[in-house]
Design a protein around this ligand. Structure first.
Ligand SMILES: [Fe+2]
Length: 339
């Protein structure tokens, strides 16, 4: 852990770690004028293996942050000598730092702070004293998102921004990040190529982007859907494929988007493909998508345990909906993760 005090940040950083934009270990800058608060946050983040830099308000020099390029900034919202929200806005308005996630920390979970955070372009807000599990989850999610964005071209960034808005509206909020993580692990387990794994990870974020064309009144309807509404929701795979056509270098993603609701016995949509007619990556993706839905909390149900989720997937396989061989591999994979 490095302590940055009254000097510009860059003068206190070891040059070997001065540019860790894409290194395996993410770098987090904590800006807080209270030494005890800084130390607490630094200790918690160090436990998760992050490289931690600390600064008090005297070190708030934008150029140093530009040089250091931290993967995330944890910024105290209650500092006496500066206006943290203005500083956050300054970071977000500068194209050299705009992509660095900023998490503000406050003592109160007030609506006013939350609105100010959003107006300043902040990415999240956490209440002190920091809860380790909450801090860990938010930081991990934001860093994953940043690293993903760092590797995208302009078209991809636009699509991912739309996809994030879709994800936020969905009842499975945050699902895309979890699915991306699981498809990578399962893809590696199956021995897929890096390109195939990347296609799956892209699909994790984009697969339901087509739901943006479906009105809230249908997507968020609590009661039973009419046949017309059900048919409209089914169209999301076609809307999604069309929206993602500009992904020229990622043509492998499109079949996953189009076919992630097909069924092994041909009763799925949109094309009623069966067996090996269904693209292999779409089969893999579908299993992860379903597993994530089953193991996550939803407004109408609690999360199932991994064992319960596997049992439900097995029952669906017996009905003929999934590829039995792939399900067997998936079951072994999930069991191996539990050990
Ligand atoms: Fe879908």
């Amino acid at each position: 852990m490095k302590k940055i005090g009254e000097f510009p940040l860059a003068t206190k950083i070891d040059s070997s770690v001065s540019n860790s934009l894409h290194s395996a270990i993410a770098k987090i800058l904590i800006i807080d004028e209270n030494p005890l608060s800084r130390m607490t946050a630094a200790d918690l983040l160090s436990l998760d293996g992050y490289e931690v830099l600390e600064a008090d308000n005297l070190s708030l020099i934008l150029e140093d942050i530009v040089k250091q390029q931290p993967d995330l900034i944890l910024l105290d919202a209650m500092m006496r000598q500066i206006d943290s929200f203005s500083f956050c806005r300054q970071l977000k308005e500068d194209c050299r730092t705009a992509n660095i996630p900023v998490v503000l920390t406050t003592l109160t979970n007030s609506r006013e702070d939350r609105i100010k955070m959003m107006e300043a372009g902040g990415d999240d807000i956490l209440v002190k004293p920091l809860n380790r599990i909450e801090l860990s989850a938010r930081v991990k999610s934001l860093i994953n998102q940043k690293r993903l964005n760092d590797g995208l071209n302009q078209t991809e960034q636009v699509l991912f921004t739309i996809a994030k808005a879709v994800d936020n509206r969905s009842v499975n909020k945050g699902g895309s990040v979890r699915i991306a993580s699981l498809v990578k692990s399962f893809g590696n387990y199956l021995g897929l190529t890096p390109e195939e794994i990347e296609d799956l990870a892209f699909a994790a974020h984009l697969h339901d982007i087509g739901t943006i064309a479906i009105p809230d009144a249908v997507m968020l309807k609590k009661g039973e859907l009419t046949n017309e509404e059900r048919e409209l929701i089914r169209q999301h795979v076609l809307f999604g494929e069309e929206i993602c056509q500009p992904l020229r270098n990622r043509s492998g993603v499109l079949p996953i988007i189009r076919h992630h609701h097909e069924r092994w016995d041909g009763t799925g949509y949109p094309d009623g493909l069966s067996g090996t007619q269904i693209p292999y990556l779409a089969q893999i993706f579908q299993i992860i998508d379903i597993y994530d839905a089953l193991t996550s909390d939803r407004p109408h149900k609690k999360a199932y345990s991994p064992t319960e989720a596997l049992q439900i997937i097995m029952e669906e396989t017996q009905k003929g909906w999934r590829n039995p061989e792939l399900i067997e591999q998936f079951t072994i994979f999930i069991r191996s993760q539990e050990q």
